[in-house]
Design a protein around this ligand. Sequence first.
Ligand SMILES: O=C(CO)[C@@H](O)[C@H](O)COP(=O)(O)O
Length: 233
Amino acid sequence: MPTPSKTWIDDLPKDRLIAEFSVWSADLMRLADDLGRVDPHVDILHIDVADGHFAPAMLFFPDLVAGVRKVSTRPIHVHLMVADSIILSQIEQFADAGSDLISLHVENESVANEALDLLDRRGVAAGMVLKVDTPVERIETYASRLRFVTLLGTAIGVKGQGLDEKAGARLQQAKRIIAGCGAADRIVLAADGGIREHTVPLLRQSGAETVVLGSLAFNAPSLDERMAWMRAL
Ligand SMILES: O=C(CO)[C@@H](O)[C@H](O)COP(=O)(O)O
């Protein structure tokens, strides 16, 4: 299965919301079939990784990414929610497995620069994620090295929650900071968590260029209709 081109981030659509599909919300017992079902609508596959310590969930592993790589040509975005002490070895393993973009957390402060150096050496695009209460200004330090910035709109690593009321204002602030760093054309701004029919318009208006779709897409009564609605926003 060919991997996406080096320039895949530059080739993402700019005239509509980018659709990032969260594998966590797929039918895990029939994963290949479910990914095949949604594939025509997918711009990016999002794979959460959590160690039960940095985030409460225990989620996904490199062999799963390697398996997804075999059944999909879509770019794979790995969201690492793991402790500083294991992040470098996790990056190596998820890069080996075929990830196209790996995001660590701004809160992984003690190892963040080393992790970004490693992603650079491995030729994997770098992203960063902020927990729902982390000051947005903290992306400024890293902005020159990033292709993606993702703001969590809910508590980390828990599915099925409602959107935090600060999410819209935080996206607007991130947008201003990214523009102030001269990185508006390079960094894609993403919203993850609390992605619902009534929240997507607000997130879009607040500056989100992509949303991480979970149940909103995988459980949609008609995926064609839901995606047509989303793309028209
Ligand atoms: O990481 C997350 C939620 O924080 C997403 O990746 C989940 O997949 C969303 O699932 P739903 O809440 O939409 O069911």
